[in-house]
Design a protein around this ligand. Structure first.
Ligand code: HPA
Length: 235
């Protein structure tokens, strides 16, 4: 059985999955962390792999960028492949409380995307993380000595955004900006599954402009985030 976007059979995907936006990061995670990774999806080059990590079967699937793309993959994973636990691993733009390479563990995701409102008939639904995964990720970050923040992020539709939304969100203590989590958390709630987002700060959004990380810095931050997500996946 395949779905329109995932060319796999039901048993090919583990009940626990990591979700990077970039399919090549999915491949990198599988090759660097999984034992015996097998690629189960090449449709649209949105690569997905299944292997084992510390003896537990686990998958990793690229989602693309933004709530619309993520929602396609996550709906199919929950509805057709019975995925129970989904952990997004991605980059985010850091707001005032953060620095480059910090890890953000997202309790909740505000958004300017219209998708959750549309899906809830206009409600201001509050998309939240699964607490057990959140607690396991925080424990892992503490034990690994990784600089981390736990709090709200914002899932934005525009990467290039000239509006004053950033100041408003910063004024409300939002830690970072990305483009997927509000959709992931709503879908997890809808299908009664567990979800968490762990992000690494890849660029800083400051009044004087945006500072970006080097490729080397991104890899270090990226490894911390993946290892925290893999620890949480054992919970
Ligand atoms: N905005 C939205 N998403 C992002 C950003 C950003 O600045 N950086 C990485 N993902």
């Amino acid at each position: 059985m395949t779905t329109p976007h995932i060319g796999a059979n039901k048993g090919d995907i583990a009940d626990t999955i990591l979700l990077p936006g970039d399919p090549l990061r999915a491949q990198w995670i599988a090759e660097n962390y999984f034992e015996n990774p097998v690629c189960y999806n090449t449709v649209r080059n949105m690569l997905g792999f299944t292997g084992t990590y510390r003896g537990k079967r686990i998958s990793v699937q690229g989602t693309g960028m933004g709530v619309p793309s993520l929602s396609i993959y996550v709906t199919e994973l929950f509805q057709e492949f019975d995925v129970q636990t989904a952990i997004r691993v991605g980059t985010c733009g850091g707001l005032a409380k953060t620095n480059l390479r910090d890890v953000i563990i997202a309790m909740a995701a505000s958004s300017d995307s219209g998708i959750n409102r549309r899906a809830t008939g206009g409600l201001d639904y509050a998309p939240v993380a699964n607490y057990d995964l959140l607690e396991a990720a925080v424990k892992s970050a503490r034990e690994r000595g990784v600089t981390h923040h736990v709090g709200g992020i914002a899932t934005m539709d525009l990467f290039y955004d000239d509006s004053n939304a950033i100041e408003v969100l910063e004024g409300l203590g939002v830690l970072g900006l990305e483009m997927e989590t509000s959709g992931l958390y709503r879908l997890a709630a809808k299908f009664d599954r567990r979800a968490l987002t762990v992000c690494t700060v890849s660029d800083l959004i400051r009044p004087d402009g945006v500072t970006e990380t080097t490729a080397q810095e991104r890899e270090t931050g990226f490894r911390n985030m993946i290892e925290i997500a893999l620890d949480a996946a054992q919970a």
